[in-house]
Design a protein around this ligand. Sequence first.
Ligand code: NAP
Length: 286
Amino acid sequence: MSRRQRIMTIPTACVIGWPIKHSRSPVIHRFWLRELGIMGDYVVQPVEPERATSFFARFAESGYVGANVTVPHKEVAYAAVTRREPAARAIGAVNTVWLEDGALVGSNTDAIGFLANLDQEASGWDRDAKSAVVLGAGGAARAIVWALTTRNIPAIHVVNRTASRAAALAERFGPTVKVAETEALPALLAEADVLINTTSLGMEGQPPLAIDLAPMRKTALVNDLVYVPLETPLLAAARARGLRPVDGLGMLLHQAVPGFEKWFGARPVVTPALRAAVLADLGQKA
Ligand code: NAP
């Protein structure tokens, strides 16, 4: 059976990006399909940047039941969908699409995944949180900052190498989001309940994120969005200081839940077994 025939026969979702072959999403969705006994599939679909707009315009003809959208197509997907869910509208990017009566609908599940991960790993983390520090102001930061505003954290400080991108976040998400200079970090960390790294620093092949966690309170939570390696230098430093480290893999797993439910009609659960399967695929230990 050709790939096209298979897609037309078996309910199939995909992840669209460029490049895309390193995506872990097939491992996650195939795990759930197997676990839930659902006849379906999830594949990678490379789409070159110059083909992205026409790919989304003709999505209904592709045979796919839906898709995840990753770098560099999240803004193109945002422009292409007929209807956007509130998270996508707030963040200005779409990472999950599905069809409703032939029309393409888009959501952004990164914020949901981020919050669900912290809620699962550090229940009550936001109860009395007064101050958050977000490092980075790229695409992921947009989802994280919006997510933090939905939990009514009174002060969200964004520190980024390129200050204008941090300023754009503050402008987008309102007065609780404040731009801060790197020099202000020690004072901000002393007050912070939550620190989140949304930069790519600390990722395999990238320099480590060099910040001193000494000013932070022992109750503070440190979350790294980077998940390769799972234990980044930032998380190792947080652990060594007795802070609450939360790794980035949970966000990746939780952000996949809403898409799977839309495409295949059953709500999957993020379990230690799923985590172990993805870690094994990444060649890492829990
Ligand atoms: P992006 O839009 O390219 O943003 C990258 C961010 O990192 C920017 O703020 C950039 O600063 C900063 N940065 C890069 N190199 C730097 C350096 N040498 N020094 C200081 N800052 C540097 O990427 P993204 O999509 O936001 O992704 C960021 C990270 O989050 C990646 O590691 C990605 O894998 C991870 N992520 C994880 C999940 C998950 O589910 N766990 C989801 C999404 C993303 P400038 O603005 O100054 O360039």
